[in-house]
Design a protein around this ligand. Sequence first.
Ligand code: FAD
Ligand code: SF4
Ligand code: SF4
Length: 451
Amino acid sequence: MLDVGRHPNIDLLAYSEVQHIEGQAGNFKVTVRKKARYVDEDKCTGCGLCSEKCPTTVVDAFNEGLGMRRAVYAYFAQGIPSTRTIDPDHCRQLNGKKCGICQKVCQAGAIDYTQQDRLIELQVGAVIAAVGYDVFDPAQIAEYRYREIENVVTAIEFERLLSASGPTSGHVYRPSDLNAKAEIQVLEKQAAKSGRMLARFEKKYGRTSADFFMQYQAAPTDDADQEKWARVYQEDLARKERLAALNDAVKDAATAKRLAFIQCVGSRDFRFYPFCSGYCCMHSIKEAIIANEHEPQTVSTIFGMDIRAVGKGFEEYKIRGGNKSGITYVRGRVAEIIEGPGRNPVVVYEDTRTRSVKQEAFDLVILATACAPTRGIAELAATLNVALDDYGFIKTVPSAPVDTSMRGIFVCGCAGAPMDVPESVAQASSAAERAAEIIFQSDPVKEKAVA
Ligand SMILES: Cc1cc2nc3c(=O)[nH]c(=O)nc-3n(C[C@H](O)[C@H](O)[C@H](O)COP(=O)(O)OP(=O)(O)OC[C@H]3O[C@@H](n4cnc5c(N)ncnc54)[C@H](O)[C@@H]3O)c2cc1C
Ligand code: SF4
Ligand code: SF4
């Protein structure tokens, strides 16, 4: 990305969307909406002081909702350009409230609350759609209880847990423990506030809240002050009970060390995507190996119909995972996940090698979800006037895998079909070559020069 950002022949329009396109191969007019960041990209030094001081926290989409970010933020650490962006849905200042802290602390003078979206017109010879994919929503498979059991996560969520720059700095804590700890923090703040209120009542009436409440229960009054005291005291009791239960639940919280990976979640499944997503067997093996490198006691079981280690050295990698990184491969399709004691997900499956139905408890279950078309692909396809296939990927034919139904518009990577990074990169080069052909064909001088 850094190379792309620095390349003299590449203009990077990040945080932008193609809004309209007209013309034909060799001569397209493209209208791009460059969204307002409320931060001047040319002035921002990427120091991050604005984010540090911003008082507004928002659920962090990049970390799959497993952490929080500020209203002025960098979507992810290695993003190019390394500027910050203000989230207009959550920023206090942009929603009519008083704040302006980021503008005060920014020494580069980069914050600009008046910035507007800009429409940019480009004259281009060819277009390449490289809009990628989204992961399949596993909640559609009811028997895996993805939204019901906290310790069932998707592979992408697991990658964020494993990442040193992720919400847990690479320590694989279970979502049930993380959620309990987050709730403890909120409840402790509320308990401190109600404690101060109760102390004020006790001082005013010269008695303890417990004494008052016993008498109030026997003979309630309609005095507003006393009604409020009783309510605050009752809420405080309930909160303390919940806090005790949560503290008990997390007192022995440790990182997850027994992992289950479930393959083909939504892929090779006639209810959803009947084909293989191509990369998930390898990313499950990779994640299990990395988890074991982080914590050598970590062991993993990978449940799959078969493990598709397709590529040079991939089979060896799989075997090495089994021999050196505590991975067990189980041939079988998982029928169900239920929740057992200790918030442990229990995997119910048929081991096809022994022809027996078994169940096993794990600390964490990771779902290798199918590669699905990116959200918004239908709108983009309509804008580009290209056809989609039966599954919603941009349609191509096997003999021309980067050509779309519209001459001069090409596709590469997972926008066209599931594929891993090396294949996506190879396709990107191929699409760039096809785009160059169009440009040279429409410019006789350049064509001659090449010839
Ligand atoms: C958990 C997990 C782990 C993986 N691990 C590996 C691995 O170790 N090795 C490997 O080879 N592969 C791995 N993969 C697969 C890999 O993610 C894909 O092969 C690769 O990301 C495909 O690249 P792409 O450029 O086609 O799409 P993407 O990486 O999805 O990039 C598409 C980009 O386009 C942007 N975009 C979308 N819509 C628009 C729009 N309308 N306008 C402008 N921009 C848009 C998106 O925000 C995104 O930045 C993994 C996949 C998963 C789910
Ligand atoms: S103005 Fe908005 S982005 Fe800036 S510090 Fe305040 S809430 Fe955060
Ligand atoms: S790569 Fe593996 S997990 Fe992914 S769809 Fe293919 S067989 Fe299933």
